[in-house]
Structures are given as C-alpha cells and as structure tokens.
Design a protein around this ligand. Structure first.
Ligand code: COA
Length: 132
C-alpha cells in the first residue's frame, strides 16, 4: 500500500548522513535501482551517525517499518537523512529517510524510509552504555 501523499513529509528530517549517485551497477534485473542497495545506504548512514553519537563501534540490531515509496533511477542523487528518535541504555534508534534529486530537476522526492536500531559495542565486544 502506498502511503498517501498528505502523510509524507515535504522536507527531510535530521542530518544529511550520506550522499551519492545511483549508478548502473546498482540496478536490479529490470534496470531500476535495487532496493537492497538503498537499504545498505540507509544502514551505513545510520551507522555513521550512530558511531558519531556513541563514540565507539555500533552494530545494527533491527530494521523496522521499512517502506519504499517511489522508484529510484540511475543518475539520481541519493541523500540519506538520519534523525535520532530514541536513545536507550545501549541502543539508539534512527529514522532514516532517503530523498532523491533527478538530474535537471529541482524538487527532491522522499523515496524510502525506515527505523534503524543500533547497539553500541565496547572493546570486549559486548553492548556498552550510550551517554544520554
Ligand atoms: C546487537 C547485539 C550485540 C545485542 O546483543 P544482546 O545480547 O541482545 O544484548 P542486550 O540484550 O543487552 O540488548 C542490547 C540492546 O539492544 C536492544 N535490542 C536487542 N534486540 C533488539 C531488537 N530485536 N530490536 C530492537 N532493539 C533490540 C535491547 O533492547 C538493548 O537496548 P537498551 O540497552 O538500549 O535497552 C547482538 O544481538 C548482536 O551481536 N547482533 C548482531 C549484530 C550484527 O552483526 N549486525 C550486523 C548485521 S550483518
């Protein structure tokens, strides 16, 4: 089910964590951009923000409510935005949004969003607390 336009945000939320361009190597068998590639970018963008916030290694423990809203095409600029929405004892949850900008267009489109939970990992490889 596609989300109704009125519930979609008109502006990105959070910080710009990662930016790149969709290349032909990132397509699926139909020639459109592969959803798994987008998820890996969202995961990486959240990791960058997570380790910056925690000041140590972080690992993905859960991905929830992931929705692909619009297709992405080769040549689009991909912007992953990270918004920290919850901090637990050792975990952090980020709302990740992917916005795209097509060549020769001026309006960004929200194409995917989801919740990414990370756990801070200490030197001994176990969860460690995150300063609130
Ligand atoms: C992340 C990991 C270290 C957590 O270990 P654990 O034994 O569950 O640790 P804990 O029970 O102490 O939980 C740690 C935190 O994770 C949270 N958590 C655990 N499972 C979760 C889940 N499914 N969804 C959301 N949060 C979860 C806990 O609520 C806790 O948060 P808090 O400290 O803020 O309250 C362990 O599950 C792991 O190593 N997973 C693999 C991670 C990984 O390799 N990711 C990359 C995938 S390729």
């Amino acid at each position: 089910m596609t989300l109704p336009e009125q519930v979609l945000p008109s502006q990105p939320a959070g910080v710009l964590a990662l930016r790149t361009i969709a290349m032909p190597a990132d397509t699926n068998c139909y020639g459109d951009i592969f959803g798994g590639w987008l998820v890996s970018l969202m995961d990486m963008g959240a990791q960058i923000e997570g380790q910056r916030r925690a000041g140590c290694r972080v690992v993905t423990v859960a991905i929830d409510s992931l929705t692909f809203i619009k297709p992405v095409y080769v040549g689009d600029t991909i912007c992953c935005h990270a918004e920290l929405i919850k901090v637990g004892r050792t975990s952090m949850q980020f709302r990740m949004q992917v916005w795209t900008l097509a060549v020769e267009e001026t309006e960004r489109k929200l194409v995917a969003q989801g919740l990414f939970t990370f756990v801070a990992i200490g030197k001994e490889g176990k969860p460690q607390s995150v300063d609130r």
